[in-house]
Design a protein around this ligand. Structure first.
Ligand SMILES: *Cc1c(COP(=O)(O)O)cnc(C)c1O
Length: 231
């Protein structure tokens, strides 16, 4: 089951890349393993998965510890509170969910203590949904300019969580706007800032996201099945 889901997802990523003239290597599949037991992650690892996404710091750290020295790239994709930054920075390769100066400054501080430069993405609420975290599109460039001077973070790009929808085509406009926003920011040539990563697309809409330029897709349900939050 899991193996087949992984293969199918990889194949559909390759097809989406082909449709828009991109190389399949230009897209990283992040297996979103939140709420799933370690045994499932181990199984996915056995089938070649090396990039895992978690939305809670505690859960990410516990799973990372269980994997020990195994070479896994951990992505923190969920909302991050300042009091959890220290533990997040110790484990996460990429923090996708930075949406305020205060949070970025805290990450910079904790990364400095570890002698690390923390890769981060700025989370953008492209559809301006009230229920969602993230910056407005207009808020991104001013924040990038403010944060660019920090030595222990590196802004690598943008992340968005598009609205839940039955029809992925309705999210295409948000992915398109994200890509354009990244292009506009990259054109400013700000030191210590790159816009190489566009983290967008989930189980329901990752193929459309790839067609619009996603470099990282975050897929949970399609790989691991529905989540049960009541545990
Ligand atoms: C849970 C989650 C995902 C994965 O969602 P699926 O629809 O299960 O693929 C992706 N991104 C974020 C930020 C999430 O919290």
């Amino acid at each position: 089951m899991l193996e087949q889901a992984i293969r199918e997802t990889q194949e559909s990523i390759a097809s989406a890349c082909e449709r828009c003239g991109r190389s399949p290597e230009s897209v990283t599949l992040i297996a979103v393993s939140k709420t799933k037991p370690l045994s499932m992650l181990e199984e996915a690892y056995g089938f070649g998965m090396r990039q895992f996404g978690e939305n809670r710091v505690q859960e990410m750290c516990e799973k990372a510890e269980a994997f020990g020295e195994t070479p896994i790239t951990w992505h923190l994709i969920g909302h991050l509170q300042k009091n959890k930054v220290k533990r997040a920075v110790a484990v996460a390769s990429l923090i996708h969910s930075v949406d305020s100066a205060a949070l970025a400054i805290e990450i910079n501080k904790e990364a400095a203590k570890l002698g690390k430069c923390q890769d981060i993405l700025l989370e953008v609420n492209m559809a301006e949904e009230e229920s969602k975290f993230g910056l407005t599109a207009d808020g991104v460039l001013p924040l990038v300019q403010e944060l660019a001077i920090l030595d222990n973070i590196h802004i690598c790009g943008l992340m968005t969580v598009a609205p839940y929808t039955e029809n992925p085509e309705t999210n295409r406009i948000y992915f398109k706007k994200m890509k354009q926003l990244a292009v506009d920011i990259a054109a400013q040539n700000i030191d210590n800032v790159s816009m190489d990563i566009l983290s967008m697309g989930m189980s329901g809409d990752y193929e459309v996201a790839i067609e619009e330029g996603a470099t990282h897709v975050r897929v949970g349900t399609k790989l691991f099945g529905e989540r049960n939050y009541i545990q």
